[in-house]
Write a new protein. Sequence first.
Length: 263
Amino acid sequence: MTARRIAFINEKGGTCKTTLAVNVAAWFAQTKQVRVLLVDLDTQGHAGKSLGVDVRELELTAFDWLTRDDVPLDRVVVPTAVPNLSLVPAYKSMADFPLVSSGRPGRDHLLKEKLKQADAAGYGVVVIDSPPSLGLTTTNILMASEEVVIPVATTYLSLDGCAEMTESVRRACEEQGNQDLRISLVVPTLYRKTQLADEVLAKLASYFPGKLARQPLALNVAIDEAQSHGKTIWEYAPWSRGATLMQQIAEDVDVAGRRSKRY
Ligand SMILES: Nc1ncnc2c1ncn2[C@@H]1O[C@H](COP(=O)(O)OP(=O)(O)OP(=O)(O)O)[C@@H](O)[C@H]1O
Ligand SMILES: [Mg+2]
């Protein structure tokens, strides 16, 4: 069995990629009875930090897994407080990944190859948290994934990157050979009801017909606080408005991914 591979991608910073990746991964782990692997590939290490993992102390991280043949998945995976949810943590060393891998044959497909270990280990879902940039790391993510979820902040400038993201996915699909790849869902984030935010929502709906989450992820203090405590929203404030919103988005990710491809 191959695991479902869902990547949260936007080259823009601060669009809630990590917040959504962590909480959606936890939702799959707790509601779907499958083992979930959350793969952090960002130098900031925020996915780990959001789950209370001290990424600064780790000897081996995603960088070692991707670049060394003597570091299999089970040496980098760390458990989390959420049952069924494991983490491949990342930290500053990921910054060296493009340079260290630049001369390697098949360098665009290193993650895809390594994720076969996740299939063999019995993970049912792989969720990938991406860095806020385009480059070899993001190319690896696009080559390894099937479902792309794009979180877009509901601000004027955030619309700028949407055409580039669509083009990157199209290129990965049509020119670089990952024909399974789809933009499954676009999630407007950091939403506060203003005229401008609603104009941005309308534009997103026209750029991505049928692909918008039912509701945007509103600005919500409990979601922010949960991260500062190293907890998912389900652990920190399960009855909050933030938890309800996040659950709806996680359901949308699940349904949109199954609808847009072979699941
Ligand atoms: N619904 C929300 N309400 C309020 N704050 C939020 C919400 N969701 C996320 N945040 C906060 O917004 C900030 C950016 O979120 P996050 O780290 O998930 O974005 P990102 O896209 O992963 O950023 P980067 O591009 O740097 O990796 C964080 O400080 C996070 O706590
Ligand atoms: Mg992030």
